[in-house]
Design a protein around this ligand. Structure first.
Ligand SMILES: *Cc1c(COP(=O)(O)O)cnc(C)c1O
Length: 464
């Protein structure tokens, strides 16, 4: 028990200059708690014998280390070196600068969220977004909720609660593990009526299923998988025509929301909201943080009567977006008014449209710098995936850097290297392929390149 006598008292550690300095930034409460925790751990270690001695200097270092570490936010910026542009686990789409600024000021100040400044009367938080969304999509009206899943539940509930909604079997998708059309349908109170088969659904299959309890026809964009080979799907135009014949609304769950056709960048067959509206869909639904490149949100554009009904539903109150989301979404939509500006300022679109030649140059330059620091890095052509859980099937050509961890003196395993990179500061998320660490510059912001190289050299280069 004599070792316990070495344990520094809490008040003594709090008075140490290194610890006292932290009180200025973190406050007395937090620092005192940190000191107590460290002292308690030391006591345990001295009691169980895992530690034989402790000095005041060593205890001070432990307290400072503990407190500075706990200062790093739990939710923090990471360098996305995976090449997956819409990585759901990494926050999907990074915002345009103007959009992020709008969120910042909406957070820091009061704003006219629900006040018409002309009259001083209460207004709807949807009005500014409605203006921009109708302009961009050509729809009569529009409204916004928290995400596309909420948009789907709300729409199904309002258009078809207690009624059947006819969907092709080939479109009963699951997205990102928790969005499954049958479950969403059940949650909404609408009844799923599946038609056709996984690979073939003809317009006649929908027509045969229409009965007195049919509430709507629905098309779901199968954004994250493809049925290849012998396939047939009814087109949205055919569905709309059928809907008109039987006076049924057509719901278009488009998912990714490509306001500007991304096919020149290799993304074929993405539904365009304007196109769904032009064809006559009652409503088209899409995410704010996929190809729109904005904050997480669910955008609903369509006929005025339906949008009015949606906005009167009590769920709308539960699903409504907060002020920071709305402010950054407004700014994102404003940028989309000009396609050239959108491609330049919206990170998702800029990354998607980066010419492979530019990526080749960046990969080669980074590989060169890494080699200079003693890392065996090889640049070469590769393929990237646009989305993790969102558009995982969409591949685009890219250039990557491959590092073989076994070729280095540390003889590390790729998994261990990846973990070190993830938990470092800055945190780097890379891909592993065939035992190699793969770095794709497409999703690495130009400004992050220096930090990325430093992070890699911290892991790979042994310093004496
Ligand atoms: C991604 C997606 C959703 C879900 O959107 P969230 O914004 O993630 O809720 C719904 N439908 C389709 C077709 C999608 O691609």
């Amino acid at each position: 028990m004599s070792a316990l006598r070495m344990l520094p008292p809490v008040h003594r550690l709090l008075a140490e200059p290194g610890v006292a300095r932290l009180i200025e930034t973190l406050g007395h409460q937090v620092v005192a708690e940190g000191v107590r925790l460290v002292v308690e751990n030391l006591r345990q270690e001295l009691v169980d014998g895992s530690r034989k001695e402790i000095t005041i200097e060593a205890a001070t270092d432990l307290v400072v280390w503990h407190l500075t570490r706990s200062e790093i936010p739990l939710i923090r910026t990471v360098i996305n070196a995976t090449g997956i542009i819409l990585h759901t686990n990494l926050g999907r789409s990074p915002l345009a600068k103007a959009a992020a600024k709008a969120a910042y000021y909406a957070g820091r100040r009061y704003l006219n969220l629900e006040m018409d400044l002309e009259s001083g009367k209460r207004s709807s938080r949807q009005t500014p977004l409605r203006k921009l969304l109708t302009r961009l999509t050509g729809a009569q009206s529009a409204t916004v909720v928290n995400n596309c899943a909420a948009a789907t539940i709300l729409t199904l509930r309002v258009l078809a609660q207690g009624k059947e909604v006819i969907v092709s079997r080939g479109q009963l998708i699951e997205i990102g593990g928790s969005f499954r059309i049958p479950e969403i349908m059940a949650a909404s109170g609408a009844l799923l009526r599946e038609v056709g088969t996984t690979n073939i659904t003809r317009i006649g299959d929908y027509e045969k299923a229409i009965g007195p309890n049919t509430g709507a026809l629905m098309r779901v964009h199968t954004s994250n998988y493809k049925v290849v080979g012998f396939t047939k799907e009814a087109s949205l135009a055919e569905l709309v025509e059928l809907g008109q014949k039987y006076n049924l609304p057509v719901i278009d769950d488009a998912g990714s929301g490509a306001i500007h056709d991304p096919s020149p960048y290799g993304l074929k067959g993405e539904p365009i909201p304007q196109e769904a509206i032009r064809l006559g869909a009652a409503v088209t639904l899409f995410s704010g943080d996929k190809l729109l490149g904005g904050p997480q949100a669910g955008l609903i554009a369509g006929h005025r009567t339906w949008i009015e009904k949606l906005e009167k539903d009590p769920l709308m109150r539960a699903f409504r977006c907060d002020k920071m989301t709305l402010a950054s979404l407004e700014e994102t939509l404003r940028i989309h008014l000009d396609p050239v500006r959108a491609r330049r300022e919206i990170p998702v679109l800029a990354m998607l449209s980066t010419p492979v030649g530019d990526l080749e140059k960046r990969a080669k330059a980074m590989a060169c710098l890494l080699t200079e620091t003693g890392i065996d890095a090889v640049a070469g052509p590769d393929v990237a995936y646009v989305g993790g859980g969102t558009l995982p099937d969409e591949r685009i050509p890219t250039w990557t850097i491959r590092i073989d961890p076994k070729a280095h003196s540390l003889k590390l395993r790729a998994d261990d290297v990846a973990k070190k990179l993830r938990t470092g500061n800055p945190s780097v998320v890379a891909r592993i392929d065939q035992g190699k660490i793969v770095i794709d510059p497409r999703t690495v912001f130009f400004k992050q390149e220096g930090a990325l190289i430093e992070a890699l050299s911290k892991v790979f280069v042994v310093r004496e």
